[in-house]
Design a protein around this ligand. Structure first.
Ligand SMILES: Cc1cc2nc3c(=O)[nH]c(=O)nc-3n(C[C@H](O)[C@H](O)[C@H](O)COP(=O)(O)O)c2cc1C
Length: 215
């Protein structure tokens, strides 16, 4: 056996200490989006770092995220607020704000807003009953369209329709896409690593037996 190769099977995985296994498996989906989720309910604003965002469709414009189950050990404020108010905001951040963003994952009580505890200013905009992070380079407002508790492990799938989007107009390319590098958005790997993506390559649509067109 190659001594430099890490090999793990299902048995080893289930025998692993809980937090070691969680760190290992959380590394597997690669680089993920890092967005701060803003919600509000009964006078309390909440902000939480979430990295499980994904694109589900563009017409309607749908984004999904996965929220951990309520195990009874701690309150799940984001989940509770979204189910009450049916909306949330997504707020990208730069690497220089990573420590503050990470701090929002601490189990603050409901009456202590992560906005003030972690040093983020709150911004209200018409159309969404949830606060944005002021000066976030990418702000997205979402309205809940579907909620499912996944039977496999009790995690919650929240699907939102994008109802608002704010960022610097300079970041939009001629083809409509956003240059996330220009917005300087940080990305996340595992549960603890924040980075700023470096080099990038872009290509046009791929066709069979046709050379790719760099963009
Ligand atoms: C890098 C990172 C990514 C995270 N991603 C998620 C996630 O995708 N879903 C989730 O439910 N919690 C995620 N968390 C944990 C939440 O941030 C944490 O449980 C937080 O306390 C939830 O706050 P709330 O109770 O105010 O909603 C993540 C934490 C970190 C540090």
């Amino acid at each position: 056996m190659d001594s430099h190769l890490l090999q793990v099977d299902a048995e080893t995985l289930s025998a692993m200490p809980r937090s070691r296994r969680a760190r290992l498996i959380n590394s597997l989906p690669g680089y993920k989006s890092g967005m701060l989720v803003g919600t509000y309910e009964s006078g309390a604003a909440n902000l939480a770092i979430v990295s499980s965002h994904f694109h589900l469709g563009s017409n309607p414009a749908l984004l999904g995220m996965i929220v951990r189950p309520d195990t009874g050990k701690g309150e799940r404020h984001t989940l509770h607020n979204v189910l009450k108010t049916q909306c949330w905001t997504l707020n990208g951040f730069r690497l220089e704000s990573a420590a503050q963003a990470h701090q929002t994952s601490a189990p603050y009580p409901k009456n202590r807003s992560e906005f003030s505890a972690c040093g983020f200013d709150l911004e209200w905009k018409a159309g969404v009953d949830a606060p944005y992070v002021k000066s976030s380079p990418l702000q997205v407002g979402c309205r809940l369209r579907e909620h499912q508790t996944l039977s496999i492990n009790g995690t919650h799938l929240l699907i939102g329709e994008v109802t608002a989007l704010y960022c610097s107009a300079d970041a939009q390319r001629l083809d409509g896409s956003l240059d996330l590098g220009k917005l300087e958005l940080a990305t996340i790997s595992g549960l603890d690593t924040y980075s700023a993506p470096g080099e990038a390559l872009r290509f046009g649509p791929a066709h069979v037996d046709t050379p790719l067109q760099p963009q």
